[in-house]
Design a protein around this ligand. Structure first.
Ligand code: DGJ
Length: 728
């Protein structure tokens, strides 16, 4: 609910459990006055204190009042070069050469329903779900307007933000920075949690108290990256899963991003998040506008668990476009770790034949089906089927798979090209390449200039033809290198600062076209594993391959870190063969199943090599997953332990929204002799209900949560346990 006190110019955004407030003050500066637990309202600007701080400049309107300074006041959207020395949200380059920006309140609009952003991903919601507030700020001297968009999803404690900058003058203005989110706090005793990693080990949480100065994360790789994720948490020093105030902030963007926090001189804190200013410069001709990607905030007054559950629900219900319209997604088998590039149609069909009777419903043909693609040195860019490997083309292999009662899916990597390809030989100028330099290779491939419409049209035409040629219900859209040598032959020198962002817009455009032309198509995102796992991609691709690391034990950490923002239903997770390809570890098949079914669930191994006993285990796993699909994929998620603590086990739990059923999953670490007796405390149950566990007994919910469940003694490394609870 948005409440506007017009006479005091106070804007209050209430969600079910939180309140956010801004106020246009006497000098028309938009102050940020509150974000935290829900309060009744009123004017929170009494919290803002004024003092004559040396070296804190005073704007002209303040006259001789030396207590009024932009440098000490909590700003809603911080400016640049006019008296606030903390992190800026915006930087302009004006015709005069000045880089300043000074913003004053100019008006507001209130709308029912959620705003949308053209060409950019955004949470969606109609009238009953969301409201929109647009506050306009103006820089009168620069003749630039900055519109701040707020989407309020009351039931989800979610507040979205976006920013549109309009050049209202009659000369070009250049935008050097345009953050999506600025959030000031009248306190600085906060911890910052970022999610970091590398290929094979993505999204590991890292927590530290804010120190004086600037801390943050970001990416200049052209993707959101394995290295850092565009999601961070700011929280009380003592916040944990169940306790303490915390703020989750995400950026719905899949390219270069920057998130910075600053603990300032006077113990205030600021969070700024948006497109990375690195090599960013956008020219706005008179009348033109620029829209920064959406950011979203969830505040939880009661710990990380509640924050994650709100984010998960909001992402599932108001961000993801589900082509299956709530239907169950098929359990899949992917041939990558089974065959790599070395396959024939018969080999693939053999894997599918073994998979079908085990309850697996979708066969995904991974890399290697097109062009001269026998290894990763050739073929990218030539999206026509390799008839030597696949006689009869896609139609024939898809038909054989469908004949087994399975659906068929296909891997593509549209953004890339190998020098050894017909496409590159015909259009060497279509790749990112700086004049006079040879571009760096990554996985021996170059990056196509997707900022260009003609390049996108060509690639899309080829891929559309393939997708139209057979019954393809699923596409895995991969992207296997970071961007370098970013320079576009299609733009003049002074607009090269637009290329990184135009590339991302190009990727979004391609995905939108594909979804428009193939409405039932399900796209899984991928980027050398989880190198582009962000809310921007989730708008187009309801699930994303979480990591190339399929080892169940490493996955406990990767999926744990990922779960702070992203729901189980978004995390691509497969059972693969042992010893694992990434780290050589051997884990039981049962354990691999338990971990993979806490994601989107599939297999990635040559099932024809499995013993009868293993096949029986797989059959039971797929049946169990299908039976409990809704609970696993849409249940409320509880982290019961932290795998980074190296405890005796990692456990997590899904609970149905009405508390009538729950699934507890647990994986142990390396075995030790003479282990202790352990008790697991469950969460989120109905305290007044009694539950059967795996069809037996009668356990009161409050006992399972307060007194706990006694775990059996485990024997052997990396054992697993699943407890299915149903209220009786
Ligand atoms: C990287 C992906 O993450 C893998 O799953 C696989 O699709 C390979 N690329 C194929 O090249």
């Amino acid at each position: 609910m948005i409440v506007i006190d017009q006479s005091n110019r106070v804007f209050t955004l209430h969600t079910r459990n939180t309140t956010y407030q801004m106020k246009a003050d006497r000098h028309n500066v938009l102050l940020h006055t509150w974000y935290g637990p829900r309060i009744c309202g009123g004017d929170l600007s009494y919290l803002v204190r004024y003092a004559d701080r040396a070296c804190a400049p005073n704007p002209e309107e303040a006259g001789t009042d030396r207590t009024y300074s932009l440098n000490t006041l909590p700003q809603e959207y911080s400016t640049c070069g006019v008296g606030d020395f903390r992190l800026p949200s915006i930087e302009l380059e004006l015709p005069s050469g000045s880089h300043t920006c000074d913003l004053r309140y100019a008006g507001y609009e209130l709308h029912q329903g959620k705003y949308a952003l053209e060409g950019l991903p955004a949470f969606f919601g109609g009238e009953p779900d969301a409201q929109t507030l647009v506050i306009t700020l103006e820089d009168a001297a620069a003749q630039v307007a900055v519109e701040l968009y707020y989407g309020v999803f009351e039931a989800f404690d979610l507040i979205t933000r976006a920013v549109r900058v309009v050049n209202r003058g009659c000369e070009a203005v250049r935008l050097r920075q345009c953050a999506s989110l600025c959030l000031d706090f009248l306190r600085s005793d906060l911890d910052l949690i970022t999610f970091n990693g590398c290929h094979l080990m993505e999204r590991c949480p890292d927590r530290a108290a804010l120190r004086l100065g600037v801390q943050g994360a970001g990416s200049v790789r052209g993707t959101s990256s394995h290295q850092h994720n565009p999601f961070v948490i700011l929280c009380d020093h003592n916040a944990n899963e169940d306790y303490g105030l915390c703020y989750g902030a995400m950026l719905l963007y899949s390219g270069n991003f920057q998130v910075q926090t600053e603990r300032s001189q006077y113990d205030n804190a600021r969070l700024v998040m948006g497109i990375h200013p690195y090599q960013f410069c956008w020219t706005l001709e008179p009348g033109q506008s620029f829209t920064a990607p959406e950011a979203a905030l969830v505040c939880s007054p009661s710990g990380f668990g509640q924050m994650s559950r709100q984010l998960h629900r909001a992402i599932r219900e108001h961000l993801i476009h589900d082509p299956l319209e709530g239907g169950r997604r098929p359990v899949l088998i992917n041939n990558w770790e089974a065959t790599y590039f070395d396959f024939t149609a018969d080999k693939l069909v053999e894997i599918a034949q073994t998979a079908a009777p085990l309850g697996i419903e979708l066969f995904v043909m991974d890399d290697g089906w097109f062009g001269k693609r026998d290894d990763d040195n050739a073929g990218l860019g030539d999206w026509s089927v390799n008839l030597e490997k696949l006689p009869g083309g896609i139609q024939a292999i898809a038909g054989r798979v469908e004949h087994l009662g399975m659906k068929f899916g296909l891997w593509i990597e549209p953004e890339m090209v190998n020098e050894d390809s017909d496409l590159y030989r015909a259009h060497p100028d279509w790749v990112f390449r700086v004049p006079g330099r040879s571009p760096a290779r990554g996985r021996n491939q170059l990056v196509l200039d997707f900022s260009r419409q003609d390049v996108r049209d060509h690639i899309y035409g080829q891929i559309k033809q393939v997708l139209s040629s057979a019954g393809i219900s699923y596409v895995k859209w991969d992207m296997n290198r970071s961007l370098t040598d970013v320079w576009s032959a299609a733009l003049p020198a002074q607009r090269q600062g637009e290329v990184y962002h135009r590339y991302v817009l190009g990727v979004y455009d391609m995905l939108s076209r594909m979804l428009r032309d193939f409405p039932g198509l399900f796209i899984e995102g991928c980027c050398g594993g989880g190198g582009r796992f962000d809310a921007g991609m989730l708008y187009y691709t309801p699930q994303i391959w979480c990591s190339d690391n399929t080892d169940a034990i490493d996955r406990l950490r990767i999926q744990y870190g990922t779960s702070f923002c992203y729901p189980v239903s978004t995390m691509g997770a497969h059972v693969s063969a042992v010893p694992n390809e990434s780290n050589g570890r051997i884990t039981p098949l049962e354990t691999r199943g338990v971990v993979a079914m806490s994601g989107t669930f599939g297999y990635e191994m040559d099932l024809s090599k499995c013993t009868q006993e293993e096949r029986e285990t797989i059959r039971k796993q797929t049946a169990f997953f299908k039976e409990h699909y809704d609970l696993i994929q849409r249940g409320d998620y509880y982290r019961l332990s932290d795998p980074f603590q190296n405890g005796p086990y990692t456990a997590w739990e899904q609970v149905s929204p009405d508390g009538s059923e729950a699934l507890v999953s647990l994986v142990t670490g390396p075995a030790i002799a003479a282990p202790s007796f352990l008790t697991l405390h469950l969460k989120g149950l109905d305290p007044n209900a009694c539950y059967q566990i795996n069809g037996q007994g009668s356990y009161p919910g409050d006992l399972l949560m307060q007194a706990g469940y006694p775990l059996p003694l485990f024997c052997g490394d990396y054992q697993s346990l699943q407890l299915y609870l149903s209220a009786i």
